[in-house]
Every structure is written in C-alpha cells, then in structure tokens.
Design a protein around this ligand. Sequence first.
Ligand SMILES: NC(=O)c1ccc[n+]([C@@H]2O[C@H](COP(=O)([O-])OP(=O)(O)OC[C@H]3O[C@@H](n4cnc5c(N)ncnc54)[C@H](OP(=O)(O)O)[C@@H]3O)[C@@H](O)[C@H]2O)c1
Length: 354
Amino acid sequence: MKRVKICLAGPGNVGKHFVKLLIERNELFKKQYGIDLQLFAVAGSKGGVISSSPLDLEKVYHYSSQEPWKSYFPGYGIDDLKSWQIISDSETDLLVEATPSDLKTGEPGLTNFKAAIKAGINIVTLAKGALVTDFAGLMKNAAKQNLSIKFSGATAAALPTVDIAHYCLAGATIKKISGILNGTTNYILTKMAREGVDFNTALKEAQKMGVAEPKPDLDIEGWDTAAKIVIITNATFGSELSLKDISVAGIKEVTLERIEEASLKGKTIKLIGESGLENNRYKQTNQDIKNKVFVKPLALENHHTLARVDGTTKAIHFETDIFGDLTVVGGKSDPRAAAAAAIKDIINLARERF
Ligand SMILES: NC(=O)c1ccc[n+]([C@@H]2O[C@H](COP(=O)([O-])OP(=O)(O)OC[C@H]3O[C@@H](n4cnc5c(N)ncnc54)[C@H](OP(=O)(O)O)[C@@H]3O)[C@@H](O)[C@H]2O)c1
C-alpha cells in the first residue's frame, strides 16, 4: 500500500469537498489503486493543525473558520503560524493548494508553493495565482528537487486539458488549442443569443442563478480564461508566459446587435482562449505571442464544435498533425468536481512517483 501524507492549504469550499471525497472514497482508493490518502496537516488563513497521526477527517470537514484552531484541535491546533510555515513544518509528501487565487501577486499560493518545494513536498493545486505569476520558476525549482506539480484543478478542473495534451496527444505536434474555459461567460453569451436579452440582463440572471459571482469581473473581463490558457500553454508548449504576455478581452463589449449580426452569417460568438505556439518551435517576438495566445470573443462558424457548446458547459479543442482534431466537452463546474480533479492528480502522481 502506498501511503500519501497530505497537507491541505485552504479548508474552504473546495478544500472541504476534497476532505469529503477522502471520507467517502479512501477505502475505494486503497482497494482500487493500492493508495492510502491520509491528511496530516491543514493550513488556513489564521493558523491550522499539524498532526503526527492521520487527522479525523469528519472533524476537519466540520471545522469553521470562526473557531480558533487551538481550541478545535486541543494539543496540536496552531493559531499563530502562517500557512507557509505550517506547510514547511508538516513533514508531508504532498500539498493540496486550495487557497484563493490572486492573479496579480500569486499569493498566498506563491509563498506556499516555495515553502513546499523547499521542504521536498509535491504539489497538487486548484489555485491558479502562483502558476500564472511564475510557472517556469516554480517548475524548474520543483524539478531540481525531483518533485511534481500537478494542476488539473486550476485549468478547468473536471474538464481534462493538460492531461489530454500530455498523455493522449503524446508524440503529436499540437498546432492550436482553443477552449471555452469559463462557464459563467458561456452562460451569459448563450442566454443573450437564445433569448435576445442584453449583456446586463443576462449577467443579472446568471448572478440570480448562482452561475456568476456577485463580483464577476475576473470572469467577464476574460482573466479567468486567460489564467487557464496561460497555464495550459506553458504546460503544453514549454513556454514561459505570464498573464501580461498575452492579449485579453472579455465579453462586456459584446452587444446583442453583434450576436445577431454573427447569427445572420451562420456564426456564434464565444469567449475563446486560444494558443497556437506550435510546440514553441521557433523564437517568437512579444507581438507574435500576443497574436497567437489570446482571450477574446470570436465569431465561430456554426459547424465548429465549440460553437455548439452552450450554457455553463466548458470545452477544449486541439488541432494536431498526426491525430487530427479533437474536442473534449463537459465536466461539472462545481467545487466538488474541482476537488475531484485534485484527487485525480494525486492518484496519478502517486502512481508515477510513490
Ligand atoms: N469553487 C470552485 O468551483 C473552484 C474550481 C476550480 C478552482 N478553484 C480554486 O480553488 C481555490 C479555492 O476556492 P474556494 O471556492 O474553495 O474558495 P474559498 O471557499 O474562499 O476558500 C478559501 C480557503 O482558503 C483559506 N485562506 C485564505 N487565505 C489564506 C492564506 N493566506 N493561507 C491559507 N489559507 C487561506 C480561507 O480561509 P478563511 O475562510 O479563514 O479566509 C478558506 O479556507 C481558489 O483558488 C479557486 O480559484 C475553485
């Protein structure tokens, strides 16, 4: 039996679903994969817990951030350490990084990643921040220490993206990747096209349905899609891009008139994250990169597979030389599915490394 000692940073929405999946499925993982996933440490925004034996998962699941860690876990709860310090001291094999994503600073993930790498801990991340600010640096440092970083949960979660490129398309030249990588914006554009409502009405409806957040800027301005396409591009083409290197436009400027005009021409407008670095085979100027890696609303021919992906559904389309074109569509867009993407990464990482 391979035992994986885990430290969870960010016991919030996704973090709790991750713990719940461990409660529900670890016995299955032991039988099916010979892998025993055990939680030994949790790092939150105001302290955490480090244990020398596996933590009681039900107790972690019911933790509320209002409660001091010291009184919730008497004897080993800690109220006065930062998350990176807990990670450093955790003596675990693997960090699950589920803290908030700050796409500008990369924090708190960036400091947590550095602490994990220094302490010899592999990383499975749901947070995008660290990867969009210093993808290349983190990967190089992890490789030097013979550590892995996996990030399905940060690149459209339940929809497989980098795993398709790495495993299923190995050996091919990927000429272009394009994706509908954000469910909120796709829901809004679908609603505008189907029901003839304007952007603001569609956004309000999305907020009422819980599809859009009260502060939806990262989604509607294209930054969430941009973060995902930057990570997918770096992971697939070996580039070293950050968010500032690519051009990004969201859907605020998409009017009903533009959608109707496209429809008359047999086209559908979708917010597309696209990357055409072609395995990074030649030196590219900054302008080349901005032309080839971008986020913008595109009018797609109605017969394009991505044009038919509606509502909150996400999809990714690959153009390759020897495999031809292929599209993957679907996967749930909720915190449990995001946590499941982290579990998938851990199982695959444990199969490869432990
Ligand atoms: N929600 C989804 O469906 C989804 C899907 C894919 C990826 N993600 C990514 O997953 C991550 C977590 O999302 P979420 O929805 O679970 O967010 P959330 O509910 O806000 O949870 C964030 C957690 O991180 C903790 N935290 C805040 N600052 C911290 C710090 N400096 N050090 C350690 N912990 C800290 C919070 O603790 P306090 O409560 O004490 O502040 C909370 O426990 C984000 O990066 C998000 O982009 C989410």
